[in-house]
Ligand binder design. Structure first.
Ligand code: F6R
Length: 594
C-alpha cells in the first residue's frame, strides 16, 4: 500500500528518496512522486505506473547542497490512479505526502473552495496542503499553522509536508498509519516502515498516534523513545527464481526451521511466554485479515482438537464495528504478516482497551501490531516480497500449531506420548514443504488445462477447509480467475448449482482426515461434469487429474504438502496467463487503511 519517504541532509535528495521508494515498491502501488526543496526551489515530479517511469521523468534533475525532500508511492483510494492524483500534492509554496484516509475531506474541500482555493486532484490528501497554506496566512508561525491543520482532520494519516517558507524543516503528523524518523547524526530520514531505514540510520523513533511536529537537522534528539537501529541492508534477490513468490515458496522448508528453532525442548513445546500465560484463559479469539485469517481459521481446528479450548475466529474488519462481546477470560490473538494491517491493529487496540490478554503472531519485529500487543511471538519468515503471501502463511500455521500444543501441555488435555507424536509431525511437516521438482513439473504441465472455464471450487474438510480458502485466494490474487474455497459438505447447500463441464474443482483429499467424506463431496461434483483435480497420496477414480503428494503419516504433514501444491498451481497458472506474479493488479502488500 502507500509508502512514504522523507529526507533532510546534503546528499543528492532525488537519489535518496528514489532509493527509499524502491525499498517500499514490493508493497504495491499504482503511481509515485517526489518533491525536493533545495536552494529555494521546490520541484515536484509525479508519474503513474512503476518507479522506473518516475526515474525517467526526473533523470535530468539535480539538486546540490542541503535540502529537504519527500516521496510517495500511492495505492489509489480516493480518485483514480492518475498522475494528477499521485502524491506529492502541492499548493503555492508547499508540498505534502499522505498515507491513510481523511474521512472529512469533502467538508474541508467545500469550505476551501468557497474561499476560492482551486483543487487539481480528486484525492482526500490535497485538502491538507491548501488548508495548511490558508492557516499559515493567519497563524503567526509554521508549527501553529500545521497543528491547526492536523486538528481539522478526521481519519487515519501519516503526513509529511515541506514548504518554501521553512526550507530546512519537514513537518510530520501521525494517527493510525505508521511513520518513523531515523538519524545517523548527519542526516534525518522518514519512512512509513523500517525497511528503507536499515543501514542508513543508527537511531530511530517510532512515532505514536497523535504525534505532530517538525524536524530539522538538529532536532532529532528532542524526540521521545529513541531506539537504536542496527543491521545492514540485505537486498532480496530472486536467486535464479522467476519471481519472488516462487523463491518464497521454495524457501519455506528453510524458514520453518527458523520458526520452530528453540521452541521444541525435550519433546515438548517451549514458547517465549511467561509460565502463567495460559492461567485463567478459557477461550481464544483470533482476529486477522486475508491469508492471515486463513491461518487463524486453521488454528481453530488445532486449538479445539488438541487444547480443548473454545476458539472463535474473526475477520478483523468485521470485528471492529460488530459490538463484539468481549469475555475477560479470553486470549485475544491477532495474526499478521506485516504487523501494520489497519483493521487488525484497531481490533487489537479494542481488545487491549477492554483489558484482554493479547498476543500477536507476527513476522515483523517492531511493527505497530507487535508494539501494541501485550505479548508477541515472531514467525521468523524473513521479508516476504511477493504480494501473494506464501511463506508467511506456512510460518503462521506452524507457530499457531505449536501454540495449540503449548496450550494443551499447560491444560493437560493431551498425553506426553501424543505431544511427542505431534512434535515428530512438526519436524516431518518441514520436510513436507520441500518442493519436489517432479510435482512442480507436473503442475507446470497441468496448468495449461486450467486456463478457461467459468471458475474454480477448492474444497476441503476440517482444517483442509481453510487450506481450500487459501488455495482459492492464491489463485484469485495472481491469476484473476474466479475461485472460491468451500467446505466439501457445503456443495449441496447451493454451490453445486454452478457445477457443469466448465467448472474446475480442486479437491484436497488427505488420507488421514475424513477421506471418505471429501471423496463423496468430490463425487457429487464429478457426477455433474465438473473437471476434478485431486491432491492426494493415492489415485482415486473420481479424479480427472491427480497431483500426488508424498506418503505421510499425519494429516498435518499432508496439510503442508498440499499447501505447496496449491501455491505452485496458482503460480504456474498466473505465469501462463502472463501476469505480474509479484505485483498483481489492485493489490498491496501491507494494507494500512481500513
Ligand atoms: C494474501 C495476503 C493478504 C494478507 C492480508 C493481511 O496473499 O497477503 O490477504 O494476508 O492483507 O495482511 P497481514 O498478514 O500483513 O496482516
Amino acid at each position: 500500500m502507500c509508502g512514504i519517504i522523507g529526507y533532510i541532509g546534503n546528499k543528492e535528495k532525488k537519489e535518496v528518496v528514489l532509493d527509499g521508494l524502491r525499498e517500499l515498491e514490493y508493497r504495491g502501488y499504482d503511481s509515485a512522486g517526489i518533491s525536493i526543496l533545495s536552494n529555494d526551489v521546490l520541484s515536484t515530479f509525479k508519474t503513474t505506473g512503476k518507479l522506473i517511469n518516475l526515474e525517467v521523468k526526473c533523470k535530468d534533475f539535480k539538486s546540490s547542497g542541503f535540502g529537504v525532500a519527500i516521496g510517495h508511492t500511492r495505492w489509489a483510494t480516493h480518485g483514480k490512479a492518475t498522475e494528477i492524483n499521485a502524491h506529492p500534492h502541492f499548493g503555492e509554496v508547499s508540498s505534502v505526502v499522505h498515507n491513510g484516509i481523511i474521512e472529512n475531506f469533502l467538508d474541508i474541500k467545500k469550505q476551501l473552495e468557497s474561499r476560492e482555493k482551486v483543487f487539481l486532484s480528486q484525492t482526500d490528501t490535497e485538502v491538507i496542503v491548501h488548508l495548511f497554506e490558508e492557516n499559515l496566512s493567519i497563524c503567526s508561525n509554521h508549527i501553529k499553522a500545521f497543528k491547526k491543520t492536523i486538528d481539522s482532520l478526521i481519519g487515519s494519516y501519516a503526513i509529511l509536508l515541506i514548504t518554501k517558507s521553512a526550507p530546512d524543516k519537514i513537518f510530520y503528523a501521525k494517527n493510525g498509519s505508521p511513520l518513523l524518523i531515523g538519524s545517523n547524526g548527519d542526516e534525518i530520514y522518514f519512512a512509513s516502515s523500517s525497511t528503507p531505514l536499515i543501514g542508513l540510520v543508527d537511531r530511530v523513533c517510532y512515532l505514536e498516534d497523535g504525534d505532530v511536529g517538525y524536524m530539522d537537522i538538529s532536532s532529532f534528539d528532542n524526540l521521545k523513545n529513541i531506539q537504536p537501529m542496527s543491521g545492514e541492508k540485505i537486498s532480496s534477490q530472486k536467486e535464479g527464481y522467476r519471481y519472488f513468490m516462487e523463491k518464497e515458496i521454495y524457501e519455506q522448508h528453510k524458514i520453518l526451521k527458523d520458526t520452530i528453532r528453540g521452541r521444541i525442548l525435550d519433546d515438548s513445546i517451549n514458547l517465549e511466554l511467561p509460565a502463567d500465560f495460559i492461567d485463567g484463559i478459557n477461550k481464544v479469539s483470533i482476529c486477522a485479515c486475508g491469508t492471515s485469517y486463513h491461518a487463524g481459521l486453521s488454528a481453530k481446528y488445532l486449538f479445539e482438537r488438541e487444547a480443548k479450548i473454545k476458539t472463535d475466529v474473526f475477520i478483523a474488519s468485521e470485528f471492529r464495528y460488530a459490538e463484539p462481546i468481549i469475555e475477560k477470560d479470553s486470549l485475544f490473538i491477532v495474526v499478521s504478516q506485516s504487523g501494520e494491517t489497519a483493521d487488525t491493529l484497531e481490533a487489537l487496540k479494542l481488545a487491549n482497551k477492554n483489558g484482554l490478554k493479547t498476543l500477536a503472531i507476527c513476522n515483523v519485529d517492531s511493527s505497530s501490531i507487535v508494539r501494541e500487543a501485550k505479548y508477541y511471538l515472531l514467525t521468523r519468515a524473513g521479508v516476504e516480497k511477493g504480494v501473494a503471501s506464501t511463506k508467511a502463511f506456512s510460518s503462521q500455521v506452524m507457530l499457531l500449531w505449536m501454540l495449540g500444543i503449548y496450550m494443551a501441555q499447560h491444560k493437560k488435555t493431551i498425553s506426553n506420548e501424543k505431544i511427542k507424536i505431534q512434535v515428530d509431525n512438526i519436524s516431518n511437516s518441514l520436510e513436507a514443504t520441500k518442493v519436489n521438482s517432479c510435482i512442480h513439473d507436473k503442475l507446470k504441465k497441468l496448468s495449461k488445462r486450467y486456463l478457461h472455464g467459468h471458475g474454480f471450487f477448492f474444497i476441503g474438510r476440517d482444517i483442509f477447509y481453510p487450506l481450500a480458502l487459501e488455495g482459492a485466494l492464491k489463485l484469485k490474487e495472481i491469476s484473476y480467475l474466479h475461485a472460491e474455497g468451500y467446505p466439501g459438505g457445503e456443495m449441496k447447500h447451493g454451490p453445486i448449482a454452478l457445477a457443469d463441464s466448465e467448472l474446475f474443482c480442486v479437491s484436497l483429499m488427505p488420507k488421514h482426515l475424513l477421506y471418505d467424506k471429501i471423496k463423496n463431496n468430490t463425487q457429487e461434483l464429478s457426477a455433474r461434469d465438473a473437471t476434478i483435480c485431486i491432491i492426494a497420496q493415492e489415485y482415486n477414480e473420481v479424479a480427472d487429474d491427480v497431483v500426488f503428494i508424498d506418503k505421510f503419516d499425519s494429516y498435518m504433514e499432508e496439510f503442508f504438502a498440499m499447501m505447496i501444491v496449491l501455491q505452485i498451481l496458482a503460480l504456474e497458472i498466473a505465469i501462463r496467463l502472463g501476469n505480474d506474479v509479484d505485483m498483481p493488479r489492485n493489490l498491496a502488500k501491507s494494507v494500512t487503511v481500513e
